[in-house]
Design a protein around this ligand. Sequence first.
Ligand code: TYD
Length: 224
Amino acid sequence: MRKLRGVLISLEGCDGCGKSTQAALLCERLAACGLPVGPASASGAVIREPGATPAGEAIRNVLLHGPSSLAPWTETLLYAAARAELVETVLLPELEAGRVLVLDRFLDSSLAYQGFARKLGVDEVLAVNEPGLHGLLPDVTLVLDVDPVVGLARSGAGDGRADRIEAEGVEFQQRVAAGFAALARRFPERVRLIDGFRDVELVAADVEAAALEAVADAGLRLGG
Ligand code: TYD
């Protein structure tokens, strides 16, 4: 693992879990604490996956709004490719410059969606992602835990605008949620579940507290 001066925080969860709202709130709150949040060129901004680079946004379009069906490994490798571009061109340089980065999805989405829900295997999906990660893992991963049925109704699927993944339906989202819970058990030092089925402010307070803990830990690592 490379020594980096910044902090990487990823927010995760099934579709419609409220993660994008929480990611934006977290950026605002961390910036209000005087931290250098987001990429230097887009201060305060959330970084979304797949996306956030020209290649990543093009790949996102293929994944979510392109062909109506993709073979599971094609899908997995496209997510991994978008991620490799993000790691190398944005995350590593920004972390080296000491920025605090908030990601709306990262590696664990691939482990939950492709590894568990598509049943490709967590270790297998991790293995194809590893070369593009260069040893980078989030300092902390916060999974917003909500009932997948409620989540799907809140997502694009609830108003007839489902993308290719949301169109997979409730059983798929239930496997995704079970996948995230399994990841929290497997990587307890990094992955934490937060009850996302509460008032936005209560969830935001827990998300902020966990993120500030990671920031403090990174500071301790630096000193030590
Ligand atoms: P997005 O519109 O960003 O969904 P959300 O707002 O819920 O994050 O679309 C991302 C979709 O891609 C979402 O359904 C989850 C899926 N996904 C994967 O299946 N694997 C991955 O590795 C990533 C990053 C996302």
